[in-house]
Design a protein around this ligand. Sequence first.
Ligand code: DC
Length: 223
Amino acid sequence: MNEVLVIAVDGPSGSGKGTVSRLISERLGWGLLDSGAMYRLLALDCLKNAIDLENEAAVAKTAGEMVIEFKNCKETQEIKVFLEGEDVTKELRTETTGNAASKVAANPSARKALLEKQRDFARAPGLVADGRDMGTVVFPDARLKIFLTATAEERAKRRYKQLKQNGFDVNLAALLREIEERDERDMNRSSAPLKPADDALIIDSSSMTIEEVVEKIMEAFQK
Ligand code: DC
């Protein structure tokens, strides 16, 4: 049997899991699933088509029908994301999209509609899956489960730096408030709430560099 190995990296927004997951997937030569991007794509699709984010059935229908594509851009080492053929990579990263994503992510029917789309990413030799419920729901048999976290203040600072670098005008206090609100929503929703899997290795990255986190995960994987 050709088993597809999965490393699940879950954690709150701004914990560094996106960067860490990309670096690990490159080191191992594995595929990468940024599941947060799927919720962001769904939110964007709803916003573009004036679909009420609270309308459970309409949002789930959109989730089932949306046409999405991830393309690896070798020159910029960036993954470009397309919605209905349109490049939405930049739009996907705004706080407006992030907040809307957190709302549609609380919709159990939409989560169900996205489940198979996420599992389709598991191809040999392996997959690094980054999200909130990779180890608990989407890939419960993952070979290694990581729960990456950091204090809300540290995460707000990182997000601030990242958004500034990308040319967005942002306010640190407002970002911290948004991160806390999003944590609250992600952790307390009834469908697939953000929490470590029972068998997850918990890593607090507050005072660690990205490289240190990558090394720690690689060590755990080799064991
Ligand atoms: O990781 P991110 O900020 O791109 O995620 C956007 C939103 O999607 C976030 O509020 C939580 C949600 N999400 C989720 O519920 N489950 C996942 N597997 C990934 C993201």
